[in-house]
Design a protein. Structure first.
Lengths: 220, 220
DNA sequence: TGTACATCAGTGAACGCGCGTTCACTGATGTAC
DNA sequence: TGTACATCAGTGAACGCGCGTTCACTGATGTAC
């Protein structure tokens, strides 16, 4: 308690080392993918012996889970920041693209190919809901009431994923559409499926966003 | 040449074993993901010793590359079959979804998180172009001429990826939109991001396809 | 301020594992005369 | 049809590697009196 923010020097040191471990882990993921992440390799890069890391993480799984958590957290923060000046779909879309391009492997850790059998802990799915809530807010904002699509009607009976958000069916549908369309664009772009095709991915993204804004998608 | 189709018994045996290796490989990928694929494990499952597989594949990399090639090939065949009774976007879309659901890990091998640094051999990108060509045919079919979008105009200057296909800009744009939107839906569905949300992914897919057909996307 | 003790970061050795891959070899299958 | 030879599938041992993880230990840092 004699310390600035209630942390002892040792606690601060611990936090610092934990942070560096994660930093190296991200570097490693960027280089060789998430499945190649290795505690021993991280330790070596840090000039430490392998077992030393077990002072900071119970094991490889705990580290990976924390990386996934951080990735979700970072996306949620980005979304919150983007909608700080009022909920807006376009702002959110650009924030999402910026976040994705800043670190493709982080994006893939969230939305990429899942490891069969892995289930994220509850607190992570909670952050995912947070992201969805911001998106729903933005989708609810400009067009106050659009006619419900048939699928929107279906959604009305399955709105559990929207939490306690009072969005009407058309908004639910719009949010899902926003999510799936932009994910389609971003994941293909980040995976490099557009490279060699010549066109500018940013323009395709802009065009798709434009259509998402102007036209129907949940508004007949 | 005394044999039925020009193959000696040994050649047929070889082909058969190669096929079984791939079969086991797919099983393994389905269980633990592509990054966990191991020659030794496959050999053990087949009741053989590890080194035996080197009679059939030069190494792990060659096997993986062939699996990727087969995946692309299978998608191209599916597309060809689907458009046998005339080019049609809706038919293609359903064929794609069926193909994806039939084996999610195969889908991810084609469109999933890439291993940083891996580049597919040329013959595989050729199959990818084949897929794109079928898609372009289907997109060109029903609405003979739609007005070009601004992005469509951009595409006109970057149509190299369309091969020698004479599609107008609006069709190019439409094909890209088809691709990115359906990929967004399918990859999220296959990755399990919809599970627990309650709604029926098939209905969302249908709704999205419906909009892809009725409305603009390349037609202002 | 100084001493005694507890905490805890990091080390090095070790265990067991599975991996990809090579090599020399055995034994069965096919081919040539 | 039978013999001599070549081909080739599969084995088992071995190499070197890096992995995750445990354990007993050293030495530095912080705490209590």
């Amino acid at each position: 308690m004699t310390d600035t923010d209630g942390k002892s020097p040792r606690e601060r040191y611990r936090a610092q080392v934990r942070a560096e471990i994660k930093e190296r882990a991200w570097e490693q993921i960027a280089t060789a993918g998430a499945s190649a992440l290795s505690l021993n390799a991280i330790a070596k890069k840090m000039g430490m012996s392998g077992p030393a890391l077990y002072r900071y993480y119970a094991g490889r799984d705990e580290l990976i889970t924390e990386l996934v958590r951080d990735a979700y957290r970072s996306l949620a923060d980005t979304f919150h920041a983007a909608s700080a000046s009022g909920p807006d779909v376009a702002t959110l879309a650009h924030a999402l693209r910026g976040w994705a391009l800043a670190d493709p492997q982080r994006y893939f850790l969230v939305y990429g190919t899942p490891v069969p059998g892995y289930h994220a802990p509850e607190d992570i799915t909670a952050i995912a809901s947070e992201v969805m809530a911001v998106l729903l807010d933005a989708c609810a904002a400009p067009p106050p009431d659009a006619p419900a699509t048939p699928f929107g009607t279906h959604l009305e009976g399955h709105r559990h994923w929207a939490g306690d958000h009072p969005a009407p069916p058309a908004v639910l549908h719009r949010a899902l559409t926003f999510w799936t369309r932009l994910h389609g664009l971003l994941s293909l772009e980040l995976a490099g499926h557009f490279t060699g095709m010549g066109f500018d991915p940013a323009l395709l993204f802009a065009a798709e966003l434009d259509e998402l804004l102007t036209d129907s998608s949940g508004a007949g």
